[in-house]
Design a protein around this ligand. Structure first.
Ligand code: NAP
Length: 290
């Protein structure tokens, strides 16, 4: 049976790991906190004592952790997965990391005779649990071919952007544009509220107007109702993505980032306010009356 090591059982990773179990893979799991693995162990997964332990005899290793620091720790830490991976094994990074980190990891893995591909995702935790993510892949075509059987259980769409690192470039611009839109919705709604407009009418007009994107539609009603139940994507993660995107912009563009730095600053405030709550709480930052 095909053996997968899966590392990182947060909001996204938990459902992704379950997809492999339900698809009949032999799955070894590791997460920093074991409690999140209990139901998956009951479903047939094997608990590993470290990322290194999880990766023993794995055909592929998949990670879904928070950021660069967590990625480095689980791949290359003293008990990291790279220590025990067999030569030629695929390292599939689904976490959203910085572009510089993805390139560093690819070089490091190549030096060890391993293959690193970046495959960050779009889709919320419910899409992760249903195997309906969109994967944004950076990999040589031959490596992507080899990775297909390990990607298929997770995804309804796989977009190949070119060589390693390119999936991450697209993911970061996608999330930077999302950060700008969400901060914009918060500000627009806050102005309408303070001015005393009928918010039901405002939300309906936003949802059907020219500024409506899926991101705007997803957030406007929840923000207006201050309904942040079931955080999907946290302020801390949105801040991380915007900061990684701005670092990328600064490495490529001679002009100052136009909106990116403002988005990073806005999410710095949202993160200071409620780091682990839904990113939509941005409205609480901007809606304080004069
Ligand atoms: P999450 O619920 O906060 O989970 C984060 C995961 O990273 C947990 O497994 C956590 O372990 C682990 N982690 C954090 N710091 C670590 C460290 N220093 N060492 C080892 N493990 C560490 O986040 P998520 O929403 O699942 O997001 C995971 C990744 O997917 C992020 O890169 C995020 O940007 C991306 N993403 C998220 C969404 C979304 O809608 N949520 C959508 C697309 C992409 P513990 O369980 O022990 O805390």
């Amino acid at each position: 049976m095909t053996r997968i090591a899966f590392i990182g059982l947060g909001r996204m990773g938990h459902g992704m790991a379950r997809r492999y179990i339900d698809a009949g893979f032999t799955v070894a799991l590791w997460n920093r906190s074991r409690s999140k693995a209990e139901d998956l162990i009951a479903r047939g997964a094997h608990w590993a004592t470290s990322p290194e332990d999880a990766a023993i005899d794995a055909d592929a290793v998949v990670t879904m952790v928070a950021d660069d620091e967590a990625s480095r720790r689980v791949w290359l830490g003293k008990d990291g997965a790279a220590n025990s991976m067999k030569a030629g094994t695929l390292a599939i990074e689904c976490s959203t990391v910085s572009h510089a980190h993805a390139l560093d990891m690819a070089r490091e893995f190549e030096g060890r005779g391993l293959i690193y591909i970046d495959s960050p995702v779009t889709g919320l935790p419910d899409a992760a649990a249903a195997g309906k993510l969109t994967l944004l892949v950076g990999a040589d075509a031959a490596d992507l071919d080899r990775a297909q059987p390990y990607l298929a259980p997770l995804a309804s769409t796989i977009r190949h952007f070119g060589g390693v690192g390119n999936g991450t470039i697209y993911k970061l611009i996608n999330n930077l544009m999302g950060a700008i839109q969400i901060a914009g919705v918060a500000e627009g709604l806050a102005i309408a509220e303070q001015a005393g407009l009928d918010m039901k009418q405002v939300v309906e007009a936003i949802e059907t107007g020219v500024a409506a994107s899926p991101q705007v539609i997803r957030h406007s009603r929840r923000m207006a109702a201050r309904n942040f139940a079931g955080a999907n994507f946290t302020a801390a993660l949105r801040h991380k993505d915007a900061a990684y995107a701005v670092a990328l912009a600064e490495s490529l563009l001679s002009s100052e980032p136009l909106m990116g730095r403002a988005a990073v600053a806005a999410y710095e405030r949202a993160k200071a306010h409620a780091p682990d709550d839904d990113e939509g709480k941005m409205i609480e930052i901007v809606s304080r009356p004069k």
